[in-house]
Design a protein. Sequence first.
Length: 465
Amino acid sequence: MSSSTINGGISFWYAQDGIPAPREPLPGDTTADVCVVGGGFTGLWTAYYLKKAVPFLNITVLEGKFCGYGASGRNGGWLYNGIAGRDSYARKYGHDAAVRLQQAMNGTVDEVVRVAADENIAADIHHGGVLKVAYTPAQLARLKDFHTTEIAFGESDRTLHGARETAERVRVTGAVGSAWTPHGARLHPVKLLKGLAAAVEALGVTIHESTPVTDIKPKHAVTPYGTVRAPYILRCTEGFTAGLKGRRRSWLPMNSSMIATEPLPAAVWDTIGWEGRETLGDMAHAYMYAQRTADDRIALGGRGVPYRYGSRTDNDGRTQSATIAALRDILVRLFPTTAGVRIDHAWSGVLGVPRDWCATATLDRTTGLGWAGGYVGSGVATANLAGRTLRDLIQQDSGQGGPTDLTALPWVNHKVRKWEPEPLRWLGVHTLYAAYRTADRREATSSTPTTHPLARAADRVSGRH
């Protein structure tokens, strides 16, 4: 890390677009029809769709810091159709149910693009699809299996490429193949979030920031400044869920880190290509994700220190020097001509991981408590589907609507067991990711197309497969 690299400060996205002017905290006890806890994408999309559907609803959003302080303002800017747990839902509820879930996610990408246009939100959206590359024999075998599986779940419009066709899109060093889907877009997450928050307020939703919720119980959201009483209390806190009373083992706050380069000159881009500005990922076990930003930087992320003991979360996104170096090594391995470029910013954030790695949207009709999350890193799009789903669940429960296609999706009201207590949680996560990194290193020097046994064992233990 050079002396010029900004480390933390929430994220590069906020450094570029600015921290928003603070909204007023909750002034005291109050009431609402719906209280949304969390001012990230899930909470804001839920408030947006509920208020659009039922304009007379009194909706209050409570946010502990400021809207987008968590994962919504720190992610890689991938708007894509992946959803955590789809294969598990297929095994539990049947293939057709999982296909409907996947189709809903495919449509969600278009829905976010549509709303951004309708609300005049300039979020640097480029609908270039998602390209996943392979650069070892084992990765190529997994890529082909992945491609076949996605087609089986209804993605007939995706394509598989060899080395030459991959290089025509992006010249990743050593890439032997890739798979592309049109159901993805690059965006600036903070610009989208700020625009969405403004649209929500324009509809008449009240947002209180600097108002941490300490306890959620039926019809009550408790804060240091007062309690909001409402028939429906919706928990939309993703990786910060562990900070709520009694929720330390609900969703594990998994850490993910990113770097952003300086704007790259045309000579470097001539060696890389990437003119389609696809979001870019790979088939490693400890995978990376990247985008070419609107101002021609590369923003790239992956796992550093995957988990902090006791489900702790950071304050400002500061990242360990070793993690920054590891991400830079990935960048240079993929694109050797970036070896001399400056890293302008590094940051980290947490995402929510359920014990079975399955995202969910839930409303308990007996208590009025609802929640959505557990996106495992796919939250930019999934949060939108969650918001629309919570809207339909509340309308159904309140008698303002009936069952819909969204309320019938298999992730609705899914229940999952808690994570193990400490120190088992910390030991388990760190052991798993050590196994994944070891498997990646060994696959990189192997000519066999078989996934390394360490990774297969880690998948079984973690519940990912």
